[in-house]
Ligand binder design. Sequence first.
Ligand SMILES: [Zn+2]
Length: 168
Amino acid sequence: MTVHHSAVLLTDNADAPAHFRSHQRSHQARGWPDIAYHVLIDRNGNVYEGRPMRAVPDTATNYDPTGHFTVMCEGNFQEQRSSAAQVEALIQVLAWASERFDVAPRTISGHQDHADTACPGAKLQRLIEGGEIRRRVKERLAAGGVELVELCGADGKHRVEDIEAGRD
Ligand SMILES: [Zn+2]
C-alpha cells in the first residue's frame, strides 16, 4: 500500500474535484488509461475512486507498481501540511484496503520508499516513517475495521456538487 501526493497545492478544498479531473487529463495525455491512483483523498477527507482497483496503477518514476494499492492525498506536502481530516480518511482507506485485499499494515509506505521522488512530500512521509499511520491503521483494524459507503450515480454527482460549492 503506497501513499502519494499530487504535488499541487490545494488551498481551497472546493477546487479538489477540478484538480482530480486535471490530473486524469494529464495522465491520460501520457498514454495511461486513467488517473494513476486507485483512491484520491481531498483536504476535507472526502474519498474518491480513481483507477479501478483491479488495474495496475501507474507512476512517472522508475518502479514497478504491480500489486500496489495506491492512495493519493491531494496537495503538496513538501509545502503544506495534510489536514487532520485528510489523514483520518487516509487511515480509514488503508485499513479498508488492508482487510479487503489481505495486506498487512506493515506494507504501508511512501512513494519515495520505492523510487527517487519527493512524493508524498516530507510532511506526509514523516507520518509514514515515524510509524503513526501504520499504528493508527492497526488500531482501526483492531477496533473492527472500516466499512466504506459507495456513492454512485446521482448521489455521487450531488456530493461532488456540494464539495465544489464548499459545503462538504
Ligand atoms: Zn507518488
